[in-house]
Design a protein around this ligand. Sequence first.
Ligand SMILES: [Fe+2]
Ligand SMILES: [Fe+2]
Length: 256
Amino acid sequence: MKVLAIGDVCGLPGVDFLCAELPALRRELGADLTVVNGENATGRGISPELADSIFYADADVITLGNHAFHNRKIFDYLDERAHIIRPGNLPSQLPGVGHTVLECGGRRVCVANLMGRLNMDFRLSDPFAAADRLLREQDADVYIFDFHAEATSEKNAFGYFLAGRASAVFGTHTHVQTADERVLRGYTGYITDLGMTGGADSVIGVIPEHSVEYFRGAQTLRFESSESDLCICGALFELDAGGACLSVTRIRHEKN
Ligand SMILES: [Fe+2]
Ligand SMILES: [Fe+2]
């Protein structure tokens, strides 16, 4: 089984590019299951319309992150749809849930979304304990984790914590693809960050000048998404029949 994981989709240029390219990319890579991080589809957050577009483009699961609830229009959608998930270690009274289970090639695949705590939201509970609980309580053949976190150290630690238990652990949030993809303890496919989907000629998805203005102390903030040098970043995890990851391949796809 091949699992394609795609990093944070940034703004309309990112969503449009993903929708145009994903069906062919999926076929080309032979992906059986595709997970897309959509927390930046509207810049900060995601709308029902853009989530529909990402599903229509052949994503099986949409994961989110710290921007999950910035767009209030998504609240009901999160409660109504099973395959869009938000970090499970945020307070349970918030809309949506943190994992979903799908049937894929005769196997039950659990996809989960958790957030790291270093320099993140103070309301988060321990993601390590949450992952442990999920593995204990959720019956599935394959477990896949999108760990949305700031620090490479916390992401690494989370990967090793799940080594031998999860088939794939990938990081999102920092939008810069890391070159440390590998299989941990002969079982768990891992990469610290998938990178982003959108205009690569940018500061993590934002038009460079807008970001420079922000860091120099501008009073009025502009954060428009770049549409220059569009690409899809992610990773492809190949799993054997027992759920062990055989290989992790970094993906950086530009328009053909
Ligand atoms: Fe994020
Ligand atoms: Fe993001």
